[in-house]
Design a protein around this ligand. Structure first.
Ligand code: UD1
Length: 351
């Protein structure tokens, strides 16, 4: 029997999660006498810059998406609406048995919603049409920051309450789902696919030249540095909050160079702001003196980023995924948020 599976990616944090799944499906199909899973990869196009999307497909050996929806950037509602409309067409054409969504971005929630509102049709052996709603699986289910002003929190809650299979990464997620009344037999505590990918690509990342490119490595070894990532609307969209965070980080950079691969939205925010003189780019880091200035670089591909954080003295971040990665790599991490949906990174991680 052939199982038809549609999986969805849209934004940067989805790609490393789906990589482990693509590999597992390929291995599974190779292990039997014939292909049993027909896998269709859909990219919504929520992220579209090479640095935010294409470079991850290259680094992670991901297959080219079978379907590309090209939704691009817009307000959350408009972006979600575009995905709803375009993914509806995909389901009616493909009639899958199962849809798999990962993480908590707008593409995750939008495709989950469409899945549970769509009647697919296949022909039975009797010649009659069989009408059904595809099953929905959510990978990285149950995480909760309990802050509904975070767009991701809304995406998580909606996706989880619609899903038939909820795959969880930490104990807190199991508790949250049970507390919300989700039946225990839908919850599967399987671990973290993003970490599976990290462990798989850790050695390949050693070959990245990013430390030499940023003049952080010479014949005497790696010089100490910190890595910063910052892109959450709660940190960068509010200018008072952003200015407070930047002032603190400038203080840090007078003790140790702070390397900041910036998300395009943060980069735009900095270039527009009064605070741009607190930042230098890596080409003039030495000329201007690392001390007291944050070194701004464009967002990095997967292997370069893994190499950069692996050798850092400390990572300062508002990204949930980076909190998890540093915990596994044993690199100290300071979480620049008031809440986290991944409490295990604070209780057992490298806080
Ligand atoms: C999204 C996710 C967030 C995730 C982050 C990782 C949601 C609600 N948020 O936030 O959970 O941590 O991705 O990066 O889904 N832009 C570009 N090029 C791109 C993509 C975006 O320049 O390839 C700019 C555009 O100006 C866009 C802005 O970034 O308006 C925001 O992009 P968007 O996808 O809406 O959300 P992110 O902040 O990236």
């Amino acid at each position: 029997m052939l199982l038809k599976v549609v999986s969805v990616v849209g934004a940067r944090p989805n790609f490393m999660k789906i990589a482990a799944l693509c590999n597992a499906i390929m291995e599974f199909n190779k292990s039997g006498p014939r292909q049993v899973i027909h896998h269709i990869l859909v990219h919504t196009g929520q992220h579209y810059d090479f640095n935010m999307s294409g470079s991850f497909f290259d680094d992670l050996d991901l297959p080219t998406p079978d379907i590309f929806l090209e939704v691009g950037s817009a307000s959350h509602s408009e972006q979600t609406a575009r995905i709803l409309e375009r993914f509806d067409g995909v389901l009616h054409k493909e009639n899958p048995d199962l849809v798999i969504v990962v993480g908590d971005v707008n593409s995750t929630m939008a495709c989950a919603l469409v899945t549970k509102k769509t009647w697919c049709v296949t022909a039975c052996a009797s010649g009659k049409d069989h009408k059904y709603i595809p099953a929905l699986a959510h990978i990285e289910a149950g995480l909760r920051s309990f802050d509904r002003t975070m767009p991701e929190e809304v995406n998580r809650v909606v996706t989880d309450c619609l899903s038939d299979y909820l795959f969880t990464t930490e104990e807190s997620a199991n508790r949250n789902l049970l507390h919300e009344g989700i039946s225990e037999n839908k919850i599967h505590f399987v671990g973290n696919v993003m970490i599976d990918t990290l462990l798989q690509y850790q050695r390949k990342a050693q070959q990245s030249t990013i430390l030499t490119d940023l003049k952080l490595l010479d014949h005497s070894g790696v010089s100490p540095y910190a890595v910063l990532t910052l892109h959450r609307p709660s940190n960068v969209d509010d200018s008072t909050r952003f200015s407070r965070v930047v002032n603190t980080l400038v203080e840090v950079s007078s003790h140790v160079p702070v390397i900041f691969p910036a998300h395009p939205r943060t980069l735009k925010e900095i270039q527009r702001s009064e605070m741009r003189h607190f930042f230098s780019d890596h080409t003039n880091r030495e000329a201007s003196g690392a001390s007291g200035r944050i070194t701004l670089i464009p967002s990095l591909g997967y292997l370069d980023f893994v190499r950069l954080i692996s050798e850092a003295k400390v990572v300062l971040t508002d990204s949930g995924g980076v909190q998890e990665e540093t915990s596994i790599l044993g690199v100290p991490c300071l979480t620049l948020r008031d809440t986290t949906e991944r409490p295990v990174t604070v209780e057992s991680g490298t806080k």
